[in-house]
Design a protein around this ligand. Structure first.
Ligand code: ZN
Length: 240
């Protein structure tokens, strides 16, 4: 196992054999006890109840280093949106290329995501572009699956939900994670078919799964892909 050292400056982090592991310290009025967890993105989260001082919180963090090292060792390093980073777009690797002198905004071509403008704005511009493109793609698919079951398309919202890829509200509004746009197109299609099927059945009973499979016959293969690869998509753009 690698070595873990804690640093408080400039922002709390662990150095884990050269890897930067951010530590998010949260003061909570509601928390009763100290809570420590490692997010799938590799960020360590320390929640401190009001009565616990920062000093005692940090002492606790030091005492749990063995546990933390074990929890982070299998997490893949995070991938920031920066020049040269490789990001899957609909499952195909794309390299982010800063092209400061072109005036085209952000666009994808030949396995590249080209980004014009000043370098400091690049992460935000890539982030905005991916969310925009994800929404276009997810809206198209939603419209298609809704037409198959003759349901109207209601509101579609793009989020960064950590625990789920999509959800359906009782009012029929659909929420999707922008990270679906990183998955192969057929897996994204499955998630949309799944949420659209919830417009008919707001449960996971047999009738729901039968309808999902009718909409998307390759369902089992897509579910398997998500089970194997889903978590690792949380390593991209861990800034929020
Ligand atoms: Zn569901």
């Amino acid at each position: 196992m690698g070595t873990l050292t804690f640093h408080l400056e400039p922002a709390p982090y662990f150095d884990f054999s050269g890897r930067h592991i951010p530590v998010n310290i949260i003061k909570s009025a509601r928390a009763k006890n100290i809570k420590l967890k490692v997010r799938p993105s590799g960020v360590v989260e320390l929640v401190l109840p009001k009565r616990v001082s920062l000093k005692n919180g940090l002492a606790f963090l030091q005492s749990e280093q063995g546990w933390i090292a074990n929890a982070v060792k299998d997490i893949e390093p995070s991938v920031a949106f920066e020049d040269g980073a490789v990001i899957p777009i609909l499952g195909k690797p794309h390299t982010i290329c800063h092209t400061p002198h072109s005036k085209r905004g952000v666009w994808a071509a030949d396995g590249k995501i080209l980004v014009s403008g000043d370098l400091p704005h690049l992460p935000r511009r890539v982030r905005d572009w991916i969310r925009r493109e994800a929404k276009i793609q997810l809206t198209l698919k939603t419209t298609y699956y809704c037409s198959l079951i003759e349901e109207p398309v209601r509101r579609i919202t793009i989020r960064d939900q950590k625990s789920r890829w999509g959800s359906c509200s009782s009012a029929g509004n659909l929420n999707f994670s922008w990270r679906l746009f990183l998955m192969p197109e057929e897996v994204l299609s499955y998630v949309v078919a799944h949420e659209v099927a919830h417009l008919r059945h707001l449960n996971h009973k047999k009738e729901f799964w039968d309808l999902t499979e009718k909409l998307f016959p390759e369902m089992e293969r897509a579910k398997k892909w998500i089970k194997i690869n889903g978590t690792s998509l949380h390593k991209y753009d861990t800034t929020n």
